[in-house]
Design a protein around this ligand. Sequence first.
Ligand SMILES: *Cc1c(COP(=O)(O)O)cnc(C)c1O
Length: 391
Amino acid sequence: MKRYYGEFGGQFLPESAMFALSELEAGFLKFRKDKGFKKELSALLKNYVGRPTPLYFAKNLSQKYGHEIYLKREDLNHTGAHKINNALAQALLAKKMGKKKVIAETGAGQHGLATATAAALLGLECEIFMGEVDAQRQALNVYKIELLGARVHAITKGLRTLKEATTAAIGAWVSDLENLFYVVGSAVGPYPYPQMVTHFQSIIGKECRAQLKKCAKKPDIIIAAVGGGSNAAGIFYEFLKDERVRLIGVEAAGLGVDTPYHAATLTRGKTGIIHGMKTKVLQDEAGNILPVHSISAGLDYPGVGPLHAHLCASGRGEYVAVSDDECVRALKELCREEGIIPAVESAHALAHLKELCANLKKKSVIVVNLSGRGDKDMQTIRDYKKGTIYG
Ligand SMILES: *Cc1c(COP(=O)(O)O)cnc(C)c1O
């Protein structure tokens, strides 16, 4: 399997971690084709996660924007987002590889929750690394993770959010490579993580293609929010070779990409190294990683998966950025128009519809990946004031 997407990706970790990455690569390459593994995983995805998720024709939204808009309902998955597809698959892989304990980083807590859930189901020990600020903001998710039998480490370094949690998780992993399996939560990190996470999330696009075919539709445009890039990679992957399908990734513009308060890595980042991969990174002139800001903890990351850095550089993918204010507008719009409360992350993808649809020349079939539900965000939305600076 290729280690790079174009010039992005690779393995930038200390020599001591290389053995564990090779072991992981071997395990992944073996089990992804293993009949028993595939059967067990697809049974769990069906009966435990609730797949396939519906592809829902959003009639009211379609009428409003004058195009055919479909929502891929990842919000209906067990634990409320697409993250469980990957967390469950990696936890099952860990078990098959003989590991007894999984660890994971988490920002908003969704990946921590998904990993703790999978660990409980599969009888694995589980430790979750979370920035102290995020742990306070997402106290309910911390409680859920503990209720599921996992331990939460609140990280007190730096900005005390996702970047520091990821660095701490990598540190813990490197110190006990033999016993731990690191369940990475997005299409990021050193090879083979981005490729593996994309593989496990690609079920979203596969289902989507089959569901569109069933109603005799061909997609013109697919839109997804991009944090690290796993839900976007999951829905894009199946359509990469289908050049007539436009693939649009939406990043977090926070208070605006011309202010210091955003997380728009592909819009404003430069090539660099972060968390074991070569990709686009938000950094200053000296190469120091910059702080990021977004209403959405799930998009609040100064790097991005190498697949997206490559799709952006090659032009196959289009990447735009949407502000906190636009996100809140779109979240409320979906509530009113369709009776669906989306996650703030997913609302970034929805927010792009307004500008996109106003500029389309022909009537189009558009699919938005509705990556998660909004329950976790209700406090944030209720307290939202334009201009708030989120950590
Ligand atoms: C974590 C999360 C995201 C962002 O992560 P990606 O890896 O970019 O998909 C998007 N939506 C929801 C609901 C999330 O929980």
